[in-house]
Design a protein around this ligand. Sequence first.
Ligand SMILES: [Zn+2]
Length: 491
Amino acid sequence: MSAIVSGQHSLFADAGGLKRPTLRPYQDRGVAEILACLQRRADPLYALPTAGGKTTIFTAVTEVVVGQGWEVWIIVHRRELLRQASERLLAMGISHGLIAPGEPLTNDPVQVASVDTLLARLDSLRHRLTKVRLAIIDEAHHVVASKWQRVLEAMSKALRLGVTATPFRYDGKGLGEHFRQAIEGPSVAELIRDGYLAKPAIFAPPANLDLSKVKKRGGDYVAADLAKAVDTDELTLPAVRHYARICGGVPAVVFCAGVEHARHVAQQFAAGGWAAASIDGEMTTAERDRAIRSLATGRLSVLTSCDIISEGTDLPIVGAAILLRPTESTGLYLQQVGRVLRTYPGKTEAIIIDQVGNVAKHGMPDERRLWSLDGGLKGLERAVAATRRCRYCHFVCAKGPTHCPHCARAYPKPPVAAVPEVALATMPGIAGLSADRIARMKLCDILPLAETEQDLRQVAAIKGYKRGWVQRVLDERAAVTARGYMQRRYA
Ligand SMILES: [Zn+2]
């Protein structure tokens, strides 16, 4: 392999001599492995976590093979991805055409194509497509869709290179029908260790969520049912409150279950005093771009959406992801949390507020996952990789430590025996604690658990506090939030 890295590969002998932006060591390795695969005519699928720089890698591959006279078409399924690929090629001085609405066809041997436009022009492009030597498929986990199949079949002589952060279908099945060799780049944990990704800080406050009536299809929840189940004040209002308490003011994206849900959530954040907006496919691209830019410039704090943000949108400034869409798909979960892991000056961690149990279900984002082309996603590398949630601050980490890494409080030992209940025990408890236990706890310990006004009323009743105490605590929390906002704003 080292011979290839140093550019001595027989087919791509000039690779080392070409001008290109300095690649990170793992990117260099990835390019070499992909080229070696292509020379063996084994269609590679290259896996690299979100924000690992897959565009950089496949444009570097493009540069090498175009130098050998290959015709290369890069196929994407989102406008944002088209723009990213095109910008990167331009930065490397590679002239190319665009197969996109309103763009004329050019003779450039490199084309960046929107899969939908390609499909619409399939008949007129059919002859040209037979000349393509390499089809690069961005976000390659989508390749199973029939439109991709029709486009790829038209490129009958082309080798394939797929790139994705989630090298399996959204239902977890493998992509072995479409690619012949898997190449695995560094893991999320390795990229965090080396400073290429931000470390996730996950908070999973307990939530009132009932999915028993939500049907499933194709391995995930049916969207319309799901939107109905999660579009509730019981879920949204705590999300607004936790955002304010944990990271108020930090640019945040909220993943929702539907367009209406996204709009309602944006309204609730706005009602909570945050500059918030939602984006969806019904808006014009200019409107969407404006909203996304507003998040980057600080005019907006919170941007909600259903599908628009989860792939392709490159928003390094975003410091927080709020998960309001439960999913059975590990791939979708990883794509969503991946949006927030990109590094940015002043961003020390990537905050993830999970209101819907996705982290508990799928594991930590930086957990190593096993997969193969034929078998798909096999699960987590560690046999036991359960997560642990702190009941005081709701911080989540992989099981192991005895104290919460965030607030340093000790995790409770396994329960020994039930505390004898007294008359107060008939009252509903907070965070699973009996009223009797609450009565004996110090206020400083019970306060972090009492999240809602209702919880505070219970504490007041159990401890016999005067009227007005609840309001005073609420006012203090609001003040802390405002201070936190000032402290946490990015430089
Ligand atoms: Zn804690």
